[in-house]
Design a protein around this ligand. Structure first.
Ligand code: MG
Ligand code: MG
Length: 278
């Protein structure tokens, strides 16, 4: 077979097929009554999450039996798998489960492939809005086959911020999250929460939103697909402190290159404005 790039295109094609098949299950379930279980106080899981993960897992395993696999629901059931340099498929079978349960249309399947721990192939598919985001390292990012770019905004005051508040509801976590938002709201144009970390990253990639951060999300499956899509759309993915992004850290920020420094500074100020005694 051909060189590196050809095999990356094949990996993407398999991931797209898997995402479309999982998307059919999500679309069907979206309009039906859901059987909901709790993973935490407000952290939900449905039979659709599990069915999609089984489907994606089996489909990829058929094609690449030697590759490794990290899935949100497999991890929930069997514990953490360490990320190695091996080609590893990292899958969120349904990102935006709360949206799914409520019939709010920001739901997706996210599939990312890391090679040497580097996000290399990404697919994020929203079957309700029929939006397929794809990216291959070094080969660009696309929405339904059309090239996408991050926004050109350079002023924080004109920027649309997207973030999430996660699933922890202890007083300290909620206070930190809302105080951070309080500080940032004085500096940006407005704030959105889509309910899906993967779709937030894709929003950065296609320029719908300008800056994004999330702290304490579920795991690498929330960011593995979206990270390469943002980077290939000309954006930056980084730790909210401004340091390098670590896919295993449950901390992420993203923006276009013009906004990174001012955004990191605003996030730093938001931390220093946290009241003590939380
Ligand atoms: Mg998720
Ligand atoms: Mg999920």
């Amino acid at each position: 077979m051909g060189g590196d790039k050809d095999s990356l295109s094949e990996f993407l094609a398999v991931a797209v097929d898997a995402a479309k098949k999982a998307g059919e299950i999500i679309r069907k379930g979206f309009y039906e009554t859901k059987l909901v279980e709790h993973k935490g106080q407000v952290d939900l899981v449905t039979e659709t999450d599990k069915a999609c993960e089984d489907l994606v897992f089996n489909y990829i395993k058929q094609h690449y039996p030697e590759h490794k696999f990290i899935g949100e629901e497999t991890t929930a059931a069997c514990g953490t798998t360490e990320l190695t340099d091996h080609p590893t498929w990292i899958v969120d079978p349904l990102d935006g489960t709360t949206n799914f349960v409520h019939g709010f249309p920001f739901v997706c399947v996210s599939i990312g492939l890391t090679i040497g721990k580097v996000p290399t192939v990404g697919v994020v598919y929203n079957p309700i809005m029929d939006e397929l985001f794809t990216g291959i390292r070094g080969k660009g990012a696309f929405l339904n086959g059309n090239p996408i770019k991050v926004s050109t905004q350079s002023e924080l005051v004109k920027s649309l911020l997207v973030t999430e508040v996660g699933t922890k509801r202890d007083k300290s976590t909620v206070n930190f999250a809302t105080n951070r938002i309080n500080s940032l709201l004085f500096k940006v144009r407005s704030l959105r929460m889509s309910g899906s970390c993967a779709l937030d990253l894709c929003g950065i990639a296609c320029g719908r939103v300008d800056i994004f951060y999330e702290l304490g999300f579920g795991g690498p499956w929330d960011v593995a697909g979206g990270a390469v899509i943002v980077q290939e759309a000309g954006g930056l993915v980084f730790d909210p402190s401004g340091n390098d992004f670590d896919i295993t850290s449950q901390r992420v920020a993203a923006s276009n290159p013009h906004l990174k420094d001012v955004f990191v500074e605003a996030l730093r100020e938001a931390e220093t404005h946290q009241p003590s005694g939380n």
